[in-house]
Design a binder for this molecule. Sequence first.
Ligand code: ATP
Length: 486
Amino acid sequence: MLSIQHLTGGYAGETILKDISFDVHTGELFGILGPNGSGKTTLLKMLSGVIPFSDGTVMIKNKSLKSYTAKELAKTIAVLPQHSSQAFSYTVKETVSLGRYAHQQGWFQSWSTHDETVVQQAMEQTGVAEFENQDIQQLSGGERQRVLLAQALAQEPEILLLDEPTNHLDLSYQKELLDSLKGWSKERDLTVISIFHDLNLAGLYCDRLLLLEDGRINLNASPNKVLREERIKEVYRTNIQKQPHPSVPAPQLVLLPEIESTQDKLVFINDSMLEVEEDYLALRSPIPLRTMSSGVVGSGIGWHQVFVNRHINKQVQYHHPQNDMFSFMKENGFEPDETVGMMTSVLIENASIQFIKERDFSVLIVVTAGIENATDVSRGSEHPFQLSAGTINIWVFVNAHLTEGAFIQSMMTVTEAKTKAMYDLEVKDKKTGTIATGTPTDSISIAATQNGQKLDCAGTTTPLGNLVGKGVYECTVQAIKNNRTS
Ligand SMILES: Nc1ncnc2c1ncn2[C@@H]1O[C@H](COP(=O)(O)OP(=O)(O)OP(=O)(O)O)[C@@H](O)[C@H]1O
């Protein structure tokens, strides 16, 4: 659809764009990225014929941009500029109707039913039909942006050029606009070329990204290749981190603020912070902790500040443990969004607790162990699938900075230590008569302050693995004994 070769040019003798070459295919959603002043708007203006270029070629549908008449170009390309101020007072509908200019025929231009339909459709697609008779000057920035998008759509273009289209839009309109652009590009073969400052939105929606740096192409490739942590750090000269999007395979880049709180650095999680009540054991951390857990509530990877192990009556059947846990937490003032919540039929007084210090870091371990449903993992299929009380819950708090790998290894070390405790105490699977390795509803939470010593592994022979392995083993043995004798 577009072929740009060796494009070079700028303003009044100053060359801004240098030797830019790329192609954009029909129906593609093509994003242009780059730091402030890298030449994004200049490129868009050259593609739409607003400013001339000194060298190179721009071919649109195999025809040179320079040989298009203004009207021909307006039927092919519509532009939504970055800053658009309108000096005249027009209604919304009048403004959108201006988009039909290039389609009008003859000296005495006539307004056809097709023109009317296209204008109505464009207003509906952009959600501005409801204020079609209002003066555009009286609209908010976001509403005006949508009116101008409607005007661009009313042109019925084959190519849509957008300069930061989501600039004035709130979250829901950002999503709606980008969903629509994606839809139009796929269903109607509309070719969309858009400048983005929000790299995450660009990564989520674009088929391809062109990264500009000082007027040159740094890279023209798929979002996954362009949005690499090192490349973006270098081009934007800032500290960011790349992480996966939670539900789609798109990269997400997050800013890493430089502000460090010295107060946060003084936080050490220890056993004096535990609240031991008859119906729950809780720990409220003064700062959010990085957490990996398999609790009834707050499972997965996140940041949590409250940890609750709730005692439940084993006679009661909990058909919806999660809903029940939410109600319990609300009643007791634990905010579900901030909490890792577990359940146990074990009496809270039978919990086993250890605080262990190494030279540069420390861990707090808390275990409750109900073993009525003890199961041999290799013979799980001989058991019916049901969730019932009788669970080993293990909390490990680490006063150190763990990598994601260290969190996963901590999970493995905890599981092995728990299994070793079952083995040494000869806890049997009642159904199979073999030694059990755990229960079907065991939960683990690893939570770290992310301050101080950086620990990137937690395998069994590492310093962290040593503390976690021994501590979890001893606490599990003790918790099982406490529970057996009570
Ligand atoms: N009308 C103009 N006359 C002279 N120089 C200009 C003009 N417009 C832009 N420039 C210069 O061209 C360079 C590129 O500007 P451009 O607006 O294309 O960057 P951009 O990547 O779109 O930046 P931003 O992210 O800030 O919108 C800048 O150094 C800018 O100062």
